[in-house]
Write a protein that binds this ligand. Structure first.
Ligand SMILES: Cc1cc2nc3c(=O)[nH]c(=O)nc-3n(C[C@H](O)[C@H](O)[C@H](O)COP(=O)(O)OP(=O)(O)OC[C@H]3O[C@@H](n4cnc5c(N)ncnc54)[C@H](O)[C@@H]3O)c2cc1C
Length: 371
């Protein structure tokens, strides 16, 4: 399609395309709806699992995103440390209840474009979706970033993987840990382990879940061999089926030697069930967040090491700042100006966050992706 054809496309006033319907995309859709925009979400995947990752959720998050107090029976996002999948489910329920937001999945975006009057995303079925702006919430390997920052489109592999698992406390015999969070260093490893509410939301001892993330810079050959990392770029996570038995055996042997209970038992149980995923870590230090009518939020915009524990709250700040910058600026021609205000508000904090994670990464995996 030519630029002229796009320019004459009707009916895109007060509308946004959000590419990616994970946490940053869901939160951005909710804040844009709150200021009266019609939002179309395009998500490539129908599957949602991030086993084990825990997110810090602040009080009243959904109220701030939607500007509404939750009514009876409405979705709420519980505060405190929450399992990734639970936060996703709550935000997804809020989006589904919002008549201004439509959600298309599977819909893989292959290209993004813009002209003076509109922006668009093209999906792999060849369809073009037009709006006043496109928001890239498409994560670490963002397609929208390629359009927005073509000279620096890729996040860089940081030289380590995190093995992640999650298990119900009822399955564990060991005595509980003395606090809700453990950060342990042994040999060349780091273990973040934490209690999360049970699947029913219970925080009572014996009814919670235990999650863990084992930082490991010693298995980069495996990541490359499996194609999870190619050159310096993270391509995908390793599912259990991708992880060789020999690697599971090595991890189990090491867990027996170095990690204390209950984490040792938890890790061994996840390994024996083959309920572990390996996420190679990438980082991206942004130099911009915006190009004309296209902007980036969440991990597409700024990818910090998970060790910062702040990627989720930064994504929430993006969603709130974006809506604030656009609020009341219904005129199409003012969208690029509003997005520049969004960038002025979020770029420095995003850079500081990524820098702080790089401090950890450089000490944990000093040779980085070269290993
Ligand atoms: C192992 C791990 C542990 C973490 N721990 C923490 C923590 O303790 N605390 C914290 O605050 N944060 C943590 N984070 C970070 C946090 O999860 C993210 O910052 C936050 O969830 C925002 O992610 P996102 O929605 O921007 O990206 P993603 O979750 O990557 O979502 C991107 C979405 O876009 C979709 N998509 C991608 N490409 C396309 C395309 N071309 N077309 C359509 N859809 C597309 C994907 O399918 C996906 O649904 C962790 C992350 C990881 C990986």
């Amino acid at each position: 399609m030519t630029e002229d054809q796009h320019e004459s496309h009707p009916g895109t006033r007060g509308s946004a395309i959000v590419v990616g319907a994970s946490l940053a995309g869901l939160m951005s859709a909710l804040t844009l709806s709150r200021i009266g925009m019609r939002v179309t979400m395009l998500e490539r995947s129908t599957r949602k699992v991030r086993t084990g990752a825990a997110l810090p959720v602040s009080d009243g998050l959904l109220e701030r995103l939607t500007g509404r107090r939750p009514g009876r029976g409405a979705a709420v996002v519980p505060s405190g440390a929450q399992a990734w999948a639970d936060v996703h489910a709550s935000l997804r329920a809020a989006v589904e209840a919002d008549p201004r937001i439509s959600h298309r999945s599977p819909a893989r975006v292959t290209d993004v474009g813009q002209d003076r009057r509109s922006a668009w995303a093209v999906t792999d079925d060849g369809e073009s979706h037009h709006a006043d702006l496109v928001v890239g919430a498409d994560g670490h390997a963002s397609v929208v970033r390629r359009h927005t920052i073509p000279e620096a489109p890729d996040a860089t592999f940081s030289g380590y993987v995190i093995w992640l698992g999650l298990i119900d406390e009822r399955e564990i015999r060991s005595r509980p840990w003395s606090s809700d969070l453990a950060i342990l260093y042994e040999r060349d490893y780091c273990l973040n382990a934490y209690y999360l509410p049970g699947a029913d939301g219970s925080v009572s001892p014996g009814r919670r879940r235990l999650g863990w993330g084992w930082y490991d810079s010693g298995r980069n050959d495996l990541l490359r061999k499996c194609g999870a990392v190619v050159d310096d770029i993270v391509q995908r996570s390793l599912r259990s089926a991708d992880i060789p038995d020999a690697t599971f055996d090595e991890l189990a042997d090491e867990a027996r030697e170095i990690w204390p209970n209950p984490w040792r038992e938890v890790i061994l149980e996840c390994i024996s069930r083959r309920e572990v995923i390996g996420t190679p870590i990438g980082e991206y230090l942004p130099r911009r967040l915006v190009s004309g009518r296209v902007c980036l939020v969440g991990d597409a915009a700024h990818l910090p090491s998970p060790m910062t524990g702040s990627g989720f709250s930064a994504s929430a700040q993006d969603a709130l700042a974006l809506a604030e910058a656009l609020d009341g600026k219904g005129n199409r021609s003012s969208i690029p100006e509003a997005l520049r205000r969004y960038e002025a508000r979020r770029l420095d904090p995003a850079r500081q966050l990524v820098h702080s994670g790089q401090g950890f990464s450089h000490s944990f995996a000093p040779r980085g992706a070269a290993q």
